[in-house]
Design a protein around this ligand. Structure first.
Ligand code: NAD
Length: 499
């Protein structure tokens, strides 16, 4: 069986802790590799090496650092198929979706090519007599990123590219469920010209994460994953005096107004609810039709679309809509929540519980589920299911529908489908959710805007990628400089005064 490694000092390094995690192929249910789980001393050694490499990189001019990103973009495009295949094999998502995962990360690398412009700082000429004032953006030193399983290319890229182009060294602790693509990204960055030691990929679990939080050299930590872990890392990292941003879970509502194009809304819901088997932090998991008639029309449109979904392994290419979920535990948790929905009185309109795929009986496939008449007291409403399960909550009015999105503790994404500009504007202005779609079900902002939720979907004050990433990975230094009149006036023999 393949034994994966860490990537330290520009080469693959075997784990020495003696601890490993199984990496599954979710489509077959087989263990395909094992990944080493780093100990605190392995993590500390990787950080020390990164800290030694960082000053020279921080002093390299930003144009040169940006050129590494330029070359990296070229290599990501060159290896797109290879990366997507490795990603699908460990994660389970379809190949076109895996390419999207790489692509949305690559776009942030493209944005990072603008580093010389983004790092320019500010300057005030003649702020006082003979006084100029300027601010510089300097690297924080060594930063770390802890990332989830569901976007094993995109989220590591969102973190490593801005951190590195700002002049930092970066420690990536990827998800232990799908660690191969992050290791491939490290190889590509080396080929793109990144000096060794600046990007360290340290595989691991809670022990490696705690070692990051305890390491005094690491100045900034970015996390993406579930809310309880986000909260834990935020609290512990801040208490240790680090700069921390943590992005957590989601429960994204899509409001469907009576005037919406119902075919469009149903198509959007099927893609956003079941794409990637619902394992997206921007998946729509709650549909909120406004009015009984709207709800009936929506369910009528949804059912045949959901029943027609093709579920299968990534090896079936474009012939599948979504693949398996990531592990057997994830599958069991989803099916447990489906059962709770039934027990608590929701109406299961499409039942995917008995889904089976010939030849893939041991894979972690979950059939699509649709619930109607879900209410806010149910577990399927309160919890993030992270599977192919869409819940419908019927609202009588627009205000009631808005209230559902507002009152939920999560606030990552939300959407409204309507033909009425007034309702759409009102929704965008009032809803307390970080990313809003108007007739767009998955409103993931592009690389030059920023990504982040509100409420329990995010901890910290800066978003991911876009200009916020350049703020997160740099410290501002402001210099006030005064040059008293000097040699050009000739020799001065009395003490200079400020008068
Ligand atoms: P997770 O919280 O289980 O794991 C995320 C990372 O934390 C992994 O690297 C993991 O090794 C580490 N980790 C796990 N348990 C830990 C512990 N007890 N102590 C310290 N570290 C620990 O999340 P996941 O299952 O990999 O990813 C799915 C979750 O991520 C979902 O909740 C999803 O909504 C969320 N997510 C959020 C965003 C966002 O931008 N808000 C994006 C993608 C995914």
């Amino acid at each position: 069986m393949e034994e994966l490694s860490h990537w330290i000092g520009g080469r693959h390094v075997k784990g020495t802790s003696g601890r490993f995690a199984d990496v599954m192929n979710p489509a077959t249910g087989e263990v395909q590799a094992r990944v080493p789980l780093a100990s605190q001393s392995e993590l500390d050694a990787a950080v020390a090496e990164a800290a030694a490499a960082q000053p020279a990189w921080g002093a390299t001019n930003p144009q040169r650092r940006a050129r590494v990103m330029m070359k990296f973009v070229e290599l990501l495009n060159r290896d797109m198929d290879k990366l997507a295949e490795a990603l699908s094999r460990e994660h389970g998502k379809t190949l076109p979706d895996a390419k999207g995962d790489v692509q949305r990360g690559l776009e942030v690398v493209e944005f990072c090519i603008g580093a010389p412009h983004l790092l320019k700082g500010e300057f005030t000429d003649a702020a006082g007599p003979g006084i100029d004032m300027y601010s510089m953006r300097q690297p924080v030193g060594v930063a770390a990123g802890i990332t989830p399983f569901n976007f094993p290319a995109m989220i590591p890229l969102w973190k490593m590219a801005p951190a590195l182009v700002c002049g930092n060294a970066f420690i990536l602790k990827p998800s232990e469920r799908d660690p191969s693509v992050p290791l491939m990204l490290a190889e590509l960055l080396q080929e793109a010209g990144l000096p060794d030691g600046l990007l360290q990929v340290v595989n691991g679990d809670k022990e490696a994460v705690d070692a990051i939080l305890d390491n005094e050299t690491i100045a900034a930590v970015g996390f993406v994953g579930s809310t309880p872990i986000a909260q834990y890392i935020y609290a512990r990292g801040c208490a240790a005096g680090k700069r921390v941003q943590c992005f957590g879970g989601a429960k994204n509502h899509m409001i469907v107004m009576p005037d919406a194009d119902m075919d469009q809304a149903a198509d959007a819901l099927v893609g956003a609810g079941y794409g990637a088997a619902g394992e997206r932090c921007m998946a729509i998991s709650v549909a909120v039709p406004v009015g009984e008639d709207t709800a009936d029309r929506l369910i009528e449109k949804l059912v045949p679309r959901i029943e027609a979904l093709k579920v299968g392994p990534y090896t079936a290419g474009t012939d599948v809509d979504y693949g398996p979920v990531v592990t057997a535990q994830a599958r069991d948790k989803i099916l447990g929540l489906v059962q709770s929905g039934i027990d608590q009185g929701a109406e299961l309109v499409v039942d995917g519980r008995n889904f089976a795929l010939q030849g893939y009986e041991d894979g972690f496939f979950v059939g699509p589920h649709l619930f109607d008449r879900v209410t806010p007291d149910m577990d399927i409403y309160q919890q993030e299911i992270f599977g192919p399960v869409l819940s419908t909550v019927r609202a009588k009015t627009y205000e009631e529908a808005l209230g559902y999105a507002m009152d939920h503790e999560m606030g990552n994404g939300t959407a409204i489908f309507t033909r009425d500009g007034d309702a759409a504007r009102d929704f965008a202005a009032r809803v307390n959710v970080g990313m809003v779609g108007i007739n767009v079900p998955i409103p993931v902002p592009l690389a030059y805007h920023t990504f982040g939720g509100w409420k329990k979907s995010s901890f910290g004050d800066l978003n991911q990628h876009g200009p916020d990433a350049f703020r997160f990975y740099t410290r501002t230094k402001t210099v006030t400089s005064r040059w008293p009149s000097g040699i050009k006036e000739g020799g001065e023999f009395t003490i200079p005064t400020m008068g």
